[in-house]
Each structure stands twice: as C-alpha cells, then as structure tokens.
Design a protein around this ligand. Structure first.
Ligand code: SAH
Length: 236
C-alpha cells in the first residue's frame, strides 16, 4: 500500500481559483478509487493527487471534476474521465526523460499530468478556443515544460520529431502513419482506435526495424479524432 502526502511539492496555485480541504479530500478519494480500479503507477497517482483537476473545468462545477466520468468543456469537447487519464499515462511507461507528444490538448489536464512525469511535452489542439484556454492555464500554473500548438494532430509535429511517446486523446479510425513515422525507435504510442463501432485502446510500440507491434488494452470512449482545425489562433 503506498502512502500519499499532499506536501511533497509546492502546491499548484492560480489566482481566481481556490483549492481547499474539501477539494483536496475529493482528490484523495478520486486517487483511492483509481487504485481500486487497478492503477498502480505511484508517480501517476501522485501527479493526479497534486494537480487540482477542478482548475480545468468551469468555476461552479468544481466537485464534478473529481467524479470518475468525462465532463463537458468548451467547443463541445470533454475532459477525459480520470480513470482514462490514469490508464493512458500508465501505459506510456514514463521514466522522466522522454519527449512526449499529446494529440488533443482539450482542457489541458492530461497535458499537466504528463508535464509532471516527463521532461518535455508537446501538445496539439484543433479547437482554437481550447488551445487559448489551456495556454493561459499552463502559464498561470507556472508550468514551463509544455509547448502547445493550435493545429491538426493528424500531421503531428514533424519539426520536433522524433518523439519517445505519443498519446492520442481522441478516437481515431486507424493508426495514422504520419504519427508512427514521428515515433522514435522503441517509442510507444497510446491511441484509441475504432473497431466495429467500438473504440479500443491500443499500445503501439515501434520496433528497432521500424515495424510496429500493436497490443489491445480494452474498450474506451473518446470524442472523435477529426482532421483539420477550427478557428484561427491569429485572428481570435
Ligand atoms: N485529454 C483531453 C481530452 C480532450 S477530448 C482532456 O482530458 O481534456 C479530445 C480533444 O481532441 C478535443 O479537445 C478535440 O478537439 C481534440 N482533437 C480531435 N481531433 C484532433 C486533431 N486532429 N488534432 C488536434 N486535436 C484534436
């Protein structure tokens, strides 16, 4: 049984938002729930204990942030369910030294978890409103190892490739070859892919010969991975 301590790091504070004992208590309960569902990676659990998940949903819905369910955010998208965040992050097997690409920044919560467990995180969001909101949130939280982009995740980020890890947080129709190409040798990509109307979480590992091995981990539910972008980061 692992022990948790809220005081291991400087608390993440931002102006205009509160993080009180009630919310911390709900966070601890959420983490214990994740453990009961089989999440064992202590670093992932610790990160989720430290990060005030309620900063990523609108004020007034703070307690909803600690329920184990997806929740609506701007642009008709959702913040992923805590269990999904914990599972996808655990599957990445982060040691702290990896360069990570996330597709689908959404609220920025998953990105923030990744930023606590790896050196550099690149993240792409196609919806300009979400891109701008998360950009502000990362700055307000003084997180400096995230580079976020407004763009089409299907293209990846060729100029920053290769990536040791890629995580896709929207349901794809297949495994995009462009992303496989941007994965480093021995790299791991975690991606939900539709199969017979159901989404399956896949772990794609790039072998030294450039081929991939694919492991199915179980069913999941994400908003769709769509091509193109919505809005302009320059004009809004
Ligand atoms: N991890 C996020 C999940 C948000 S939902 C969170 O927990 O908040 C998935 C996100 O993927 C949505 O914000 C959606 O706009 C985005 N998305 C879908 N297709 C995309 C694409 N081609 N490129 C970038 N982002 C995409």
């Amino acid at each position: 049984m692992c022990k948790f301590d809220f005081l291991t790091q400087t608390p993440i504070m931002i102006t205009g938002r509160r993080d009180n004992y009630k919310l911390k208590g709900l966070r601890l309960r959420m983490v214990k729930h994740l453990m009961s569902l089989g999440i064992e990676d202590v670093k992932v659990l610790q990160a989720m204990l430290e990060i005030p998940r309620h900063y990523f949903v609108e004020t007034g819905f703070e307690e909803w942030a600690y329920r184990d369910q997806a929740f609506p955010i701007a642009s008709d998208q959702t913040i992923s369910r805590p269990y999904t965040v914990a599972l996808q992050t655990s599957l990445l097997k982060l040691t702290g030294r990896e360069k990570v690409l996330e597709i689908g920044t959404g609220s920025g919560y998953q990105t923030t978890v990744l930023s606590m467990l790896s050196n550099r995180v690149y993240t792409i969001e196609r919806q300009v409103v979400l891109f701008k909101q998360s950009n502000k949130l990362f700055a307000d939280m003084d997180i400096f190892n995230i580079r976020n982009f407004h763009g089409d995740g299907y293209q990846g980020l060729g100029k920053r490739a290769p990536f040791d890890r890629i995580i896709v947080t929207a349901g794809a129709n297949d495994i995009p070859q462009m992303l496989v190409d941007q994965l480093a040798p021995q790299g791991i990509m975690v991606i939900p892919v539709v199969n017979n109307d159901k989404q399956e979480m896949l772990v794609v590992t790039k072998l030294p010969n450039g081929k991939t091995s694919v492991k199915k981990v179980g069913e999941c539910e994400f908003v769709p991975f769509l091509e193109g972008t919505v809005g302009s980061a320059d004009l809004v």
